[in-house]
Design a protein around this ligand. Structure first.
Ligand code: CU
Length: 247
């Protein structure tokens, strides 16, 4: 009976008990996320409100490809690391800037000390959902206003972010329980450093880009996000490379 209870406790947590410390002879993971096949032409997203400030439409950011079809905005992360490098502190989670979220995809450590900002002279209302539950709902009526989201992102996972004022706006916050993550750049490349040597599962998360229609509010919708998992071996003081394909 006691054994069963202990096993149950061990399975339940401590879920996010990441321990920061010095990494001796850490290794590095680099790589690229590539789009396979003919790149789609995604329709621009119509702006329905504040067109005087925002313009009539915005390019869809559901799939952003760079040179050689590298896929931007993909979060690459390592799983199962409970001890390692210090987390990079993100001050700014998302900026409402020129009527889009910047960045479009961000990754943070759980319980970030970060703010949502409005850089525009119009009202934005930044609304985050995790597992369909609201984790923050922030009215930002004032230009240059910031609101801290400390304590709002309590568990790892994916937060879908919408603007309640503008149906053309969306973004993603990927919340991780360890600091071994990166978001791919314009060329689809990423680098994660200072990794304790060993074998890990590495996941590339992308929001999904195939259009599926409109929701009840008239927002353009796309297929569900997907994660592609691989195994990597990080050598001490060395480097491993990995390539992901999205199609
Ligand atoms: Cu908005």
């Amino acid at each position: 009976m006691i054994t069963v209870l202990l096993l149950a406790l061990a399975a339940a947590g401590p879920a996010f008990g990441y321990e920061e410390g010095e990494v001796r002879e850490g290794g590095r993971l680099t790589g690229i996320v590539k789009f396979i096949g003919e790149p789609p032409k995604l329709a621009p997203v119509p702006v329905k409100k504040n067109q005087d400030v925002c313009g009539p439409q915005k390019p869809s950011e559901a799939l952003v490809l760079g040179a050689n079809k590298g896929v931007r905005h993909t979060v690459v992360y390592l799983e199962g690391i409970t001890k390692g490098k210090k987390a990079d502190l993100t001050d700014l989670a998302l900026d409402n800037s020129r009527c889009v979220f910047v960045p479009h995809v961000v990754a943070v450590m759980v319980e970030p000390q970060a703010v949502i900002r409005n850089s525009d002279p119009i009202l934005h209302n930044t609304h985050g959902f995790q597992d369909k539950t609201t984790v923050f709902n922030l009215a930002l009526p004032i230009q240059h206003q910031t609101i801290n989201i400390k304590g709002r992102l309590k568990k790892p996972g994916v937060v879908r972010v919408l603007c309640d004022a503008h149906t053309h706006m969306w973004a993603w916050i990927v919340v991780r329980d360890n600091p071994y993550y990166a978001v791919t750049n314009e060329a689809g490349r990423f680098m994660i450093d200072n990794i304790p040597s060993g074998k890990y599962k590495v996941v590339a998360w992308h929001e999904g880009w195939r259009p599926t229609g409109r929701d009840k509010d008239g927002r353009v919708t796309y297929e569900s996000p997907r994660g592609i998992a691989k195994e990597v071996v990080i050598p001490a003081k060395g480097e491993a490379a990995v390539e992901f394909e999205i199609q």
